[in-house]
Design a protein. Structure first.
Length: 397
C-alpha cells in the first residue's frame, strides 16, 4: 500500500503553492541538489575522464532505459535513453519507414502533439520519396488504416484533453493491416498504466520531465519491440550506435542491440538527475498511483461541475478513457490561468481556450484538488478578464 504522504515528502514544493502542472514539468526531488552535488564532486571532480569507466557513465543510458522500461511494460534491453523527444520521434519514424519500404503514408490524428506532426512532415519532405503525412480526426483512425499506410504515429494520452486512445485495439488493427506503430508516451509514462509488450507496440518514445520529474529538458527514451531491434535502423547514425564505437572505423556498423539507438555522448549530469528522481518508483506501484490519480481527477471534475458550472469539462469523465490531467474550457481561459497563478494555484494553458490541471498523486492530494476548485470558483466570480494585467501573454503559456 502506497503511503502518499511519504511520497509527497520526496519532493520540494514551495510553501503555500498548489502545483497542478506535473503534466508539463515535475517538481524538484527534495534531496536532489545535495545528492547530485556530492556525486559530481566525487565522480566528475575526483575521477575526471576516469568516470566513464569507474563511475559507469557510459552505461547510464541503458541502466535508466531499463528503469523506465519497467514503467511501460518493456522487457530489459528494449528501452534506451538519450537526446530529446523530437529526435527520438525522428528516429522511430525513420526506422519504421525502413521496415515498410513499399508504403508511403504516415498516418496520425489531429489531436497529436504538433511537434510530432512537424517531425513527421519534415522527415517525409527530407526523404523525398513521395512520403505523405495523413492527418485525420481521432474518431477516424480505424477507418483510415489500410494497406497503403506505412506507419501509424499517435500520442497515447491527448496532450490537450487528456483523452486516452485505445492503444491495444488500435495496435491490433494496425498489425492486421501490416502497419508499423509508433506510440508517443509523453503524457502516459509515470501517470497511467501501459504495457508496450502486451499490446504489441513496435516503437514507443517519451520524455522524462513530466511525471518522471527528471528536470527541465531531461533526456527522452525510445522503446523498440524485441522482435524488431536487430532489424531497426536509426536514420541518425551517431558514433555510440556503432557496434564498436571505440574502434573508430569510418564504416558504420550498427549495434545489434537497443544501443543502436544511441546517437551521441550520454548527457551524464541530466541522466544522473533523472536516475535519482526515479528512485521514488522503487517505493510505489504504478497501478496504485494510477488508481489514486483517477480518484483525485474524478473528485476535481465533480467539484468543477458543482462549483464552477460555467467551465466546460473537456476531459472524459470515464476514468478508463482519461489520462492524469483534466482539461477545462472557458472563453477567457488565459486570464483565469494568470489569476490562479497569482493565487498560487499553478496550472497551464493550451490553445484554444484550455486550462490544464495535471494531477500527480506522488505529491498532489485531496487538499490540493479541493483548494484549486475553490480558487477557480473565486476567479470566475472576480472575472479577471476585465483587467488588462491578466490579458498579457507570457511566451510560455
Amino acid at each position: 500500500m502506497v503511503d502518499f504522504q511519504k511520497t509527497k515528502e520526496f519532493f520540494y514544493i514551495p510553501k503555500g503553492l498548489t502545483y497542478l502542472c506535473g503534466n508539463s514539468l515535475g517538481p524538484l526531488p527534495r534531496n536532489l541538489p545535495t545528492v547530485i552535488s556530492n556525486q559530481l564532486n566525487e565522480e566528475w571532480g575526483q575521477l575526471l575522464i576516469g568516470g566513464w569507466n569507474k563511475a559507469g557513465w557510459m552505461e547510464l543510458s541503458s541502466k535508466i532505459g531499463n528503469r523506465i522500461g519497467n514503467l511501460i511494460g518493456a522487457p530489459e534491453g528494449t528501452t534506451i535513453m538519450g537526446d530529446t523527444l523530437s529526435i527520438k520521434v525522428f528516429q522511430a519514424l525513420g526506422a519504421a519507414l525502413k521496415l515498410n519500404p513499399d508504403r508511403k503514408i504516415i498516418l496520425t490524428d489531429a489531436g497529436n502533439f504538433p511537434s510530432d506532426v512537424y517531425i513527421a512532415k519534415g522527415l517525409a519532405a527530407f526523404a523525398n520519396r513521395d512520403y505523405k503525412v495523413k492527418i485525420v480526426d481521432t474518431k477516424d483512425i480505424f477507418g483510415n488504416m489500410n494497406e497503403n499506410v506505412a506507419v501509424l504515429l499517435l500520442t497515447e494520452v491527448d496532450y490537450k484533453t487528456g483523452d486516452r486512445l485505445e492503444s491495444q485495439n488500435i495496435t491490433l488493427k494496425a498489425k492486421s493491416k501490416g502497419i508499423i506503430t509508433v506510440w508517443d508516451l509523453a503524457h502516459t509514462v509515470g501517470a497511467v498504466t501501459v504495457d508496450m509488450q502486451q499490446i504489441g507496440a513496435d516503437f514507443a518514445v517519451g520524455c522524462t520531465y513530466k511525471y518522471l520529474n527528471g528536470g527541465p529538458g531531461s533526456p527522452a527514451f525510445i522503446y523498440i519491440n524485441p522482435d524488431l531491434i536487430s532489424l531497426s535502423r536509426s536514420p541518425i547514425t551517431g558514433w555510440l550506435g556503432h557496434a564498436n564505437p571505440f574502434g573508430f572505423t569510418l564504416d558504420y556498423e550498427p549495434a545489434s542491440t537497443i544501443k543502436s539507438q544511441i546517437i551521441g555522448t550520454p548527457p551524464v549530469i541530466s541522466l544522473s538527475i533523472l536516475n535519482f528522481a526515479l528512485d521514488i518508483w522503487d517505493e510505489v506501484s504504478l497501478e496504485e498511483v494510477y488508481a489514486k490519480s483517477m480518484e483525485l481527477s474524478g473528485l476535481f471534475i465533480a467539484g468543477i461541475k458543482t462549483k464552477c458550472p460555467e467551465m466546460t469539462v473537456m476531459s472524459p469523465e470515464n476514468p478508463a478513457k482519461r489520462g492524469s490531467h483534466v482539461a477545462l474550457g472557458h472563453p477567457e481561459s488565459y486570464p483565469l490561468v494568470r489569476f490562479l497563478t497569482e493565487q498560487s494555484v499553478i496550472c497551464d494553458y493550451r490553445e484554444p481556450g484550455i486550462l490544464r490541471f495535471g494531477i500527480a498523486p506522488l505529491y498532489n492530494d485531496t487538499e490540493d484538488i479541493m483548494g484549486a476548485v475553490e480558487v477557480l470558483a473565486e476567479a470566475l466570480e472576480f472575472k479577471p478578464w476585465k483587467f488588462e494585467r491578466y490579458q498579457s501573454r507570457n511566451y510560455v503559456t
